[in-house]
Design a protein around this ligand. Structure first.
Ligand code: SF4
Ligand code: SF4
Length: 63
């Protein structure tokens, strides 16, 4: 299982990760930031890491 961390300090809530993720791992939290709610479903494709404009996402399998 991938370990995913979103830096809420730098996430600007653009939603790109939510749009790109093929496994619907992300949802917006109450502050409009991205939250990896379905981490177990991650296929480790690394698209979210590549698309995030603020570099806020770390996926251990994608380092
Ligand atoms: S690595 Fe791929 S499957 Fe995993 S959260 Fe990111 S976009 Fe979704
Ligand atoms: S792509 Fe990056 S900045 Fe945009 S919502 Fe996702 S984590 Fe936040």
């Amino acid at each position: 299982m991938a370990n995913i961390v979103v830096d809420k300090e730098t996430c600007d809530g653009c939603g790109e990760c939510i749009s790109v993720c093929p496994e619907s791992v992300y949802e917006f939290d109450d502050d409009g930031k991205s939250e990896p709610v379905n981490m177990d479903d991650c296929s480790e494709c690394c698209s979210c890491v590549e698309v995030c404009p603020t570099g806020s996402i770390t996926v251990d399998a994608c380092e």
